[in-house]
Structure formats: structure tokens, C-alpha cells
Design a protein around this ligand. Structure first.
Ligand code: OSB
Ligand code: MG
Length: 368
């Protein structure tokens, strides 16, 4: 499959409401949007890095530069038999897993379209809808209680509460008292250390499905120590950027659940390996989200059809985040399920080009 040309945009979408996690507050979503072209076909993907290195160490500016100056000139004008062939040419680069994923994911979409099958099919997935949970940002406890209630009423299968020091045990006490049987989880986004072990042990009282990424983004070892000291399963997010990270976490018992974000993990080839490694260790996975637009959200839905995605993913309705999306289709949950986009090949969604032109901050063409 020959890559004729590429277009890389930088896009900004305002968020419906600010989203606060332990590391800060997001007011809008800024992301690279990549189009790869082959004949009449186009493959799409978005990058999940943030403007500042506050989730992982990649930045939007760094990724835009690496993509426009190095990665895209290196593939435009060349042919790759399949995504594995492209992946093999990217293996030498250190880090930059989100930038690499952007390119690799757009090629998978293009490749599935060239075969005229849905992306979920070439990935090996099954089914027409995936189970969905919701991630609730940090707000005052009363407001959070109201949002838990309304999202349970909408059918979301799991409620994830963002926590930070000083906004953790009291929040859990209030939410668990009001919703005794709900599937609850917390996501700390790395805000604790092993010095907080006593506090984290008290979370065992709230019957959480798991605690997501309590400790440092680059410290699998400390998570293994913590998992040995608490009953609640740990789930790693930030720490899993490669299949080797997944293997080490599984071998050392650093988690009993794993969150896979294809945009964080170098793309599908490596996400499939992480998925299979977890399966071999009987560790369930679920699909994480990064407040993606419809392009990244559609990718996440296809990934979530793989068999070891045994827990509800963060693929909630796009309308929770954006008044208007950059795709023509609506990605909305129905009773706790997100249906696969229906339009056929690849990710199955199409760009709303008129709106896209209004939210584009930069546009780069990479000709052959
Ligand atoms: O840790 O999963 C995370 C959003 C931004 C950065 C990190 C995370 C999140 C979420 C949102 O939890 C999930 C979603 O897209 O709904
Ligand atoms: Mg997380």
C-alpha cells in the first residue's frame, strides 16, 4: 500500500466543561490530526499527547515537529505491505510513543480501507458495540454525587472518580454511601507515593474495582510493592507505553488490571501484544481515553472489540466533551454501550471538513 501524501493539522476544540485531574485542568483539547492518502483512500488518526508534558513526557509541539520533519517525510512516497511492515521501520526510535502511534494508527485505518473491512475486523475483534464507563473529573463532592447519579441513570457501567491528595477518602465515603452497589474506580494520575501507603490501604474499604495509576508514571517497581500491600487491584495506565513495560508489570505483579490506550502505546501492533500478554497472565484490560475527538474515539471503539477487553472502557459519548465534533457521525452511548461506527471500512467515520477548517490552528502538507 503506497502512501502518496500526508496532511498534518493541529486542531483545537473547546471542552463543554473544564476537566480537572490531579495534574491540572484542561479547558480545550488541542491535538495533531493526521491524514495519510493512497489513491482515493484516506486514513486518519489523532495524537494523544498534551501541549505540556503533564501526563507523559511528550508534548504537542515536539510531536508536530517529529511528525512533519522526520516521521512523515520518511514514509510518504513509500509502500508498506501491511501495518507490521510500517511498524518494523519505526522500531529504532526511542520514546515518542504517541507520535509513533499517530502515524501507525492512520496507516491501519488506510490499510483496513484498502481491504474494505472495518478496522475491528483486521484487529481480530468481535461484536457491534462495546461496554462503556465514564471518567468524572475533580469537582466539589456534592457536584460529583449529582454527576455519578446522572451517569448511572444513563447506563454507564462503571464510574471512575479522579482523585488527588485531600480529595480522596472523603469523596469515596460520600459516593460509596450514596451508591452502595455501583462499579466504582479511582484514577490518581500518579499523585501518590509509597509514603501514602496507609491512605491507599484505606481505599480497600470502598470495594473499588481497581485503583488506576496511583504512583509515578515511570515506576512499575513501586507499583509492585504497593500491590503487595493492598487488596484492591491496581490498574496501570501511564506506566505502560511498550509491550516490555506490560511484561515487566505482569511478571512483577505490579497490577491486576491494565488500561490500554492505543495512542499512548506506539499504535496497534504493540497494543495487540500488550493485550495478548495480559490475556496470557489472565489480567483483564480496558480501553482508556484521552478526551479524543471523533477520530481517536472511533479508533478506541474498534480496539475495544478485542476479546480481553473485559471491563468497561473510557469511550463515553462525544457530546460529553464537545458541542460539535470534527466528524460527521455522532458517537453516543446507548444504555452503557457504544455502538461501532456503521459506515463500513476502516474506522468508519468521516471528517466534517467545513467545521474542521474552522478549528484548525496549523496545516502542513507532506508531498511525495
Ligand atoms: O488518565 O485516563 C486518564 C483524560 C486526560 C488525561 C488522562 C486521563 C483522562 C481520562 C479521560 O480519564 C478519559 C476519557 O477520554 O473520557
Ligand atoms: Mg488514567
Amino acid at each position: 500500500l503506497h502512501i502518496d501524501s500526508a496532511e498534518l493539522r493541529l486542531v483545537r476544540l473547546p471542552l463543554v466543561t473544564p476537566f480537572t485531574i490531579s495534574t491540572g485542568t484542561m479547558h480545550d483539547k488541542v491535538f495533531p490530526l493526521l491524514t495519510l492518502r493512497s489513491g482515493d483512500l484516506e486514513g486518519y488518526a489523532e495524537g494523544v499527547m498534551d501541549p505540556l508534558p503533564d501526563y507523559l513526557d511528550e508534548t504537542t509541539a515536539g510531536a508536530m515537529s517529529f511528525l512533519t520533519e522526520v516521521l512523515l517525510p520518511g514514509v510518504v512516497g513509500k509502500a508498506f505491505a501491511n501495518p507490521q511492515a510500517l511498524h518494523a521501520t519505526l522500531r529504532g526510535w526511542r520514546g515518542n510513543r504517541m507520535a509513533l502511534a499517530t502515524l501507525e494508527m492512520a496507516f491501519w485505518d488506510l490499510w483496513a480501507k484498502s481491504l474494505n473491512v472495518p478496522l475491528s475486523t483486521v484487529l481480530g475483534g468481535q461484536g457491534q458495540a462495546v461496554e462503556v464507563g465514564v471518567s468524572l473529573g475533580i469537582t466539589p463532592v456534592d457536584d460529583t454525587l449529582a454527576r455519578v447519579e446522572s451517569h448511572l441513570a444513563q447506563g454507564y457501567r462503571r464510574i471512575k472518580l479522579k482523585v488527588k491528595p485531600g480529595h480522596d477518602l472523603d469523596l469515596l465515603r460520600a459516593v460509596r454511601a450514596a451508591f452502595p452497589t455501583a462499579h466504582l474506580t479511582v484514577d490518581a494520575n500518579c499523585c501518590y507515593t509509597l509514603a501514602d501507603t496507609a491512605l491507599l490501604q484505606r481505599m480497600d474499604d470502598f470495594d473499588l474495582d481497581y485503583i488506576e495509576q496511583p504512583l509515578a508514571w515511570n515506576d512499575i517497581h513501586d507499583h509492585a510493592t504497593l500491590q503487595g500491600r493492598i487488596r484492591t487491584p491496581l490498574c496501570l495506565d501511564e506506566s505502560i507505553q511498550t509491550p516490555a513495560h506490560a511484561r515487566k508489570a505482569l511478571q512483577s505483579g505490579a497490577c491486576r488490571v491494565m488500561n490500554i490506550k492505543v495512542g499512548r502505546s506506539g499504535g496497534y501492533t504493540d497494543s495487540l501484544r500488550i493485550h495478548d500478554l495480559c490475556d496470557a497472565f489472565d489480567v483483564p484490560v480496558w480501553c482508556g481515553g484521552m478526551l479524543e475527538s471523533g477520530i481517536g474515539r472511533a479508533h478506541n471503539i474498534h480496539l475495544s472489540t478485542l476479546p480481553n477487553f473485559r471491563k468497561p472502557g473510557d469511550v463515553s459519548s462525544a457530546s460529553r466533551y464537545f458541542h460539535r465534533d470534527i466528524i460527521e457521525q455522532k458517537l453516543e452511548t446507548e444504555g452503557g454501550w457504544m455502538p461501532l461506527p456503521e459506515t463500513g471500512a476502516g474506522i468508519g467515520v468521516t471528517l466534517d471538513r467545513d467545521f474542521l477548517s474552522h478549528v484548525t490552528l496549523q496545516k502542513h502538507e507532506i508531498p511525495a
